[in-house]
Design a protein around this ligand. Structure first.
Ligand code: G4P
Length: 192
């Protein structure tokens, strides 16, 4: 997606060869016009999937998921919560996620009230790296018995293997921008 790629080139900050900072338009301040265009893209890519619910994970996925939902008949958006207390409440689906970026594990929860076995669920998220978050969300969908129709990702780091492994399993993973490499001089090399 040219608009997103141009924005990354203009405002993205290469922190190191692994991490790209996009706080000025996606992770802290939000560029709503860009989000709107991203919503258009994902709604086109998944328009034939009869999506009934969008699933994401707090926090940065929420805004993106909402704009996509607006373009897809206002389907409900559900976000997995990061469980900060040691206790797991009743009536939730839960799974553990290991974040390579933050080097720690955390549990996510989704209320059983908000995912049903007759749902066609689209996952939306901002970043795809090693795929831990995405695999956790897919696990939650499996627990609910719902149908996972695919995932829409704004920025995939193609040099990490999350997207590759998920596509090998036959899942439809659509990334609007795939970064092949970043170097220590701040250069970003794109795949698409
Ligand atoms: P993975 O799920 O694909 O394995 O990735 P990982 O656990 O490493 O990512 C954990 C968090 O870091 C996620 O956000 C993810 O969106 C974010 N992330 C991963 N790589 C990058 C990157 O290069 N740049 C930026 N800006 N974020 C990255 P989170 O911790 O859940 O935080 P939130 O922003 O959604 O609140």
């Amino acid at each position: 997606m040219k608009l997103l790629k141009d924005k990354i080139i203009l405002e993205g900050v290469v922190v190191n060869s692994e991490i790209l900072k996009v706080s000025s338009f996606l992770n802290h301040q939000l560029d709503v016009k860009l989000l709107d265009a991203i919503g258009d893209e994902f709604s086109k890519l998944f328009c034939k999937k009869n999506v009934t619910r969008i699933l994401t994970i707090e926090s940065s996925g929420i805004a993106l998921a909402c704009v996509v939902a607006r373009k897809m008949n206002n389907v409900p958006v559900v976000f997995a919560k990061k469980n900060k207390s040691g206790n797991v409440p009743e009536d939730v689906y839960t799974t553990s996620i290991y974040s390579f970026t933050h080097n720690k594990s955390y549990d996510i929860i989704v209320s059983k009230n908000f995912l049903h076995k007759d749902d066609n669920v689209l996952i939306i998220d901002d970043f795809l790296a090693k795929g831990s978050a995405l695999n956790g969300l897919i696990d939650i969908i499996k627990q609910s018995g719902a149908n996972f129709v695919g995932a829409g990702i704004a920025i995939e780091k193609g040099f990490q293997d999350g997207g590759k492994k998920l596509r090998e399993q036959g899942f439809q993973i659509e990334s609007l921008v795939i970064i092949e490499k970043m170097d220590c001089c701040g250069n970003i090399f794109f795949k698409n």
